[in-house]
Design a protein around this ligand. Structure first.
Ligand code: YXS
Length: 259
């Protein structure tokens, strides 16, 4: 059964994550289907893309599939990881991508939403960053992404506490472009998408790529890069990383030892 539905109306493409039983978890299969939908819409007549969950979702996406996190000793968010790949694809897409958020956004799904160009939520769309809850060392590009969008202090609070950020606060902080009542979410999203679709696609494509290039222009010495990778290895090589995953799969709270 397809995990993703794709639609195209009036130059507006829609990618619907449609796996309610597993809360739209970003399994490699789900990610592959999102990627195929994105590439098909880019080749077609779409001028803007909306990515959303099935209507009425209480969970937009539960994030990375914990069953697919590698055992301790391997980088859980490596460059070629399916989730990390789709983040780059959305950020590099020539089309503006609008995240229509209803329901909770968890873990790597937060980075998926934040990789979109415009985020529109409703009161049910909370945002929860979970690496510390599971013992995962988030990756450098993801952390820079969060810092750039919400600032260092809010990023630290989200990563350290793994507590949910309400949609109201997310809008106040500029993480959501808009928060609208749930019953108006779809109409509001597609009205904005329609405005975008009527503008110059070439101008938008170039401006989006300029913003991406300038936002990622971080001079990082090889030494600093290697130090970051070494720090992350301390975590994904740790007993805590294995404990976090086993606790999640065993549906019990983790007991972290700090080693
Ligand atoms: O037990 P069954 O087979 O029915 O499956 C259950 C859950 O196990 C499954 N599921 C997941 N499976 C793998 N990976 C997940 N992330 C995941 N989330 C859920 O979906 C079925 C229904 O889940 P259930 O019964 O818990 O649904 P619920 O409505 O009571 O609760 C919805 C959630 C989202 C509050 C709850 O499922 C939940 O807390 N899920 C985990 C959210 C989370 O911690 N995600 C972060 C994953 S790790 C990640 O994204 C990155 C590596 S990082 O952490 O670095 O950002």
């Amino acid at each position: 059964m397809a995990l993703v539905l794709t639609q195209l109306n009036d130059n507006i493409g829609t990618i619907i994550m449609n796996n309610p039983d597993h809360r739209n978890v970003l399994s490699s299969k789900m990610v592959e289907e999102i990627l195929q939908a994105l590439e098909a819409l880019e080749r077609g007549k779409a001028r803007v893309i909306v990515i959303r969950a099935y209507a009425g979702a209480k969970v937009w996406s539960a994030g990375h599939d914990v069953n697919e996190l590698p055992v301790a000793g391997r980088d859980p968010l490596a460059y070629s990881d399916p989730l990390v790949t789709i983040l780059r694809s959305i950020q590099a897409s020539p089309l503006p991508v609008v995240a229509m958020l209803e329901g909770g956004v968890w873990g790597g799904a937060c980075d998926l939403a934040l990789s979109c160009d415009i985020l529109i939520g409703c009161p049910t769309s909370s945002i929860t960053m979970t690496p510390a809850k599971i013992g995962v060392p988030y990756n450098a590009s993801g952390i820079l992404h969060f810092m750039g969008i919400m600032g260092v202090n809010i990023a630290k609070e989200m990563f350290f506490s793994a507590q949910s950020l309400s949609a109201e606060r997310a809008e106040r902080l500029g993480i959501l472009n808009h928060m609208v009542p749930e019953r108006e979410l779809e109409e509001f999203t597609y009205k904005l998408a329609g405005n975008i679709a009527r503008n110059s696609p070439l101008s938008i494509k170039v401006i989006k790529e300029q913003i991406r290039l300038l936002a990622n222009a971080h001079p990082l010495s090889p030494h600093t890069f290697e130090r970051v990778q070494g720090l992350r290895r301390l975590v994904y090589d740790s007993k805590d990383y294995a404990e976090g995953i086993n606790a999640f799969l065993g549906k019990r709270p983790p007991v972290f030892q700090g080693e």
